[in-house]
Design a binder for this molecule. Sequence first.
Ligand code: GLN
Length: 475
Amino acid sequence: MTAVLCLQRLARREISASALLDYYLTAISSRNRELNAFLHVDETGARRQAQAIDHRRAKGERLGPLAGLPVAIKDNICTANIPTTCASRILKDYIPPYDAHVVNRLREADAVIVGKTNLDEFAMGSSTENSAFGPTRNPIDPTRIPGGSSGGSACAVAADFVPVSLGSDTGGSVRQPAALCGVVGLKPSYGRVSRYGLVAFGSSLDVVGTLTTDVADAALVLGVIAGPDPRDSTCLRESGEDYFATVEQPLTDLRVGVPREFFAAGLDSEVEQAVRTSLSIYERLGAKLVEISLPTSPHALAVYYLVATAEASGNLARYDGVHYGSRITGTNLLELYEKSRGAGFGAEVKRRIMLGTHALSSGYRDAYYLKALKVRRLIKADYDAAFQRCDVIAGPTSPTTAFALGERANDPLAMYLADIYTIGANLAGLPALSLPCGKSQAGLPIGFQLTAPVLQEERLLRAARMLERQLRAKP
Ligand code: GLN
């Protein structure tokens, strides 16, 4: 069921919030052991919230826009009194004393927080295999990865454990798992949603996004979580809009930009085929396809892995065995740091800290980090130029469908290539969305990505909904 349908049935009292929650808890208990989408299910807390909402509804009280809707939260987003591990041994026992802004917003909207979903440790990865608590599996084919790093959140929606989940997207972590699990993943503009309480990875790239079964649900949830927050100085002042109110209105005279660079070597032919079919649907709907170029995009991956790791090396310095998380004592302070961090972090996180520290170290800073910032500016300029000629940019979300567990685990560069089409939007701060556009012969989902100019989420969602409606109308 979509969130919209759940909410309609709740409002009409065809089902109670408690019964709806039970339905999802049963699904979780039957299949979470196999899929490992949830790291923690807050059954008691969720039941209490659902009962309270049923009680208030019975009394005729005014309820929030998501009243009774079960939602899952990626485990790098803080939840008061509920563990928040970032899928890391170093935060294995961490229980935050506060809710992230987005969790505040969900609670104010009367959503029911079901639990916390698995991820690559500190959101670093593309397969959810980097979790310290075991990988998540793809519900469509459990021998395959669900994508990452929000793999648990994507799996939870695809497996019908919850109608909606939140993820975070630093380089594609909402859109890529959405594509690989066959759900809708929305990454808002940088600053559209507060990062307060989102555990920092790459602070100039991180944004909280949504995973849903369709575009209308994404519009609904974005309307709840978007908007200013004085606790995050990079959160924009623009108030969020009622994206749900406009999402069904098709766009006229739409110009869809198709970047030449996104259809080059490395793109799986079945993915290309499905994406091209969706492009022709746009044409049938009266949109114009415009060939564009993002000439700097071949450098985006290199830029991302300098900027994101540099920021991560600073952000992760706080896990020192003193302020946060697990501690292993030594004979002196340095040894305490070394032992705590040595035992607490997994291999990929250590690799990122080393890469980032190196890129910032004296003698290399100008050559690597500062150079990367300059190229980042050029990437942004490419998008600005492209949006002179088109309203949205379209292409594949991921170059391949879901790969097998273990297939790329020992090849970091192959793993990093999974983000080749998604990182541009993060480097430029743009809103972007992935929606399912077909399946491979093996039955694996394929994602179609749309990107819009900064703060044009309304346009992005309307453009996506037009296509989605056609794709779903097909037999
Ligand atoms: N897969 C990318 C990485 O490993 C992006 C992760 C993310 O968006 N959090 O950094």
